[in-house]
Design a binder for this molecule. Sequence first.
Ligand SMILES: Cc1cc2nc3c(=O)[nH]c(=O)nc-3n(C[C@H](O)[C@H](O)[C@H](O)COP(=O)(O)OP(=O)(O)OC[C@H]3O[C@@H](n4cnc5c(N)ncnc54)[C@H](O)[C@@H]3O)c2cc1C
Length: 387
Amino acid sequence: MTHDVVIVGAGPAGLALAAALAGSGLRIALVERQPLAAIASPTVDGREIALTHRSVRELRALGAWERIAADGIAPLREARVLNGGSPFALSFGSGAEERLGHLVSNHLIRRALFEVVEALPGVDILPERSIAAIGRGPRAVSIRCEDGEELRAPLLVGADSRFSFVRDQLGIGAEVNRLERAMLVCRVAHDGDHGGVATEWFDHGQTIAMLPLNGRQSSAVLTLPSEEIAYLAALDPAALGGELTRRYEGRLGRMDLVGPAHVYPLATTYARHFAAPRAALIGDAAVGMHPVTAHGFNLGLASACLLGTLVADAARQGKDIGSSLLLRRYEATHRLASRPIYTATNMIVGLYTAEHPAARAVRHAGLRAAARLPLVSRGVSRLLMQP
Ligand SMILES: Cc1cc2nc3c(=O)[nH]c(=O)nc-3n(C[C@H](O)[C@H](O)[C@H](O)COP(=O)(O)OP(=O)(O)OC[C@H]3O[C@@H](n4cnc5c(N)ncnc54)[C@H](O)[C@@H]3O)c2cc1C
């Protein structure tokens, strides 16, 4: 064996797992195809991550939360869902001081987790490595990199995103929904005050989310068919700011870009299994969520912490860290946590992007009914806050 655990992918999920294994005494290899500089100092990628309270607690326990500067954390007080031209809004959260969660830029989370992992003994960070092949035996998995280097360990973890190479190599299928839509994400400064309120506006033909950042800034997230997003992404910043102001109907006043626009094609994935003999999938490799309900990283972090706890406990007790019992337990627990959110999110996306009159009527009625049922709005708030 060269290591005890080989993790493929040093994104937030892979880094969180390495951090969760701190103190277990295990030798860990973290294999990443990007150069070291790109994982140590990740550049701004436009993603503003809405963290639940549970995720903040987990990041704190991993030692990452304290590494994020206070001015990089924005309070999320309330979330509102708007439908078409209706002035009626479904609202979650108190709107008062109590926070629904926090918004933190993805690159800050990645950097904080990297700093934690970099300082850990027993972790080999192996950048600029691509996996060529994976072989499995009853006691170990072997991973051959394209440069010929070979790693062997009793446990392999795929944390290599939603179109996971590891998942394919393990022969695990996945539900894949390519939505033929894309998201354009950019940071904007505006005249109006957002009041810490996130808005998800399912307008006819477009979806716009405005996520409140510190000061008079927001992250604008526009979802449209891919070719329209490509057209908008090619505009100069002033023209794109004007376009966003117009599309958002001036609700926050004039909007000006304060950073580049980033484009993400939309696809959701759900692996048919999260475990195979001597291997597991975490993060987006297991569950690739639609960003609309802001749960991808939250679930990915939960999967890393769950697997990390099970593996670290087994190691302390001198048990096999890649046993099928342990992996089945991980799989069952994470499927139970993720499947309802994944299914509900896809249903919301389907309902809110359908444009025929019947769908419009259904969502209008659905929103009004949901608002009258305190259980629904309290249930969603609780889901978001995860107290
Ligand atoms: C616009 C947008 C907004 C979002 N907002 C939220 C939000 O508000 N809340 C939330 O919880 N989530 C949100 N998400 C989702 C969140 O960003 C993802 O769930 C999270 O980044 C997944 O982390 P990961 O580590 O699993 O995968 P990734 O971040 O994709 O990292 C995977 C890593 O693996 C590496 N890799 C891939 N293949 C290989 C290979 N073959 N060999 C070696 N290395 C490899 C990659 O280089 C990368 O470093 C959002 C996503 C988007 C696009």
